[in-house]
Design a protein. Structure first.
Length: 67
């Protein structure tokens, strides 16, 4: 499996984890804040993975030659 495909799988796993966290409703305010912080980190990680995936895909695109 190539790197962009593997990154996509990891991205999907993080998305699933984020959705699972959204379903949790902790009663304690500290737990609520902690989960919000975790979700922000997951979103940041997903954005970084997406950038890495794009960069890796572009690395395999042949450079354009001038006419």
């Amino acid at each position: 499996m190539n790197i962009p495909s593997r990154l996509e799988l990891i991205h999907n796993d993080l998305m699933d984890a984020s959705e699972e966290l959204e379903r949790l409703r902790p009663a304690h305010p500290v737990a609520q804040c902690a989960l919000v912080k975790v979700q922000r980190h997951l979103v940041s990680a997903m954005m970084d993975l997406h950038r890495a995936q794009i960069a890796e895909e572009l690395a395999h695109v042949p450079a354009a030659t001038p006419d």
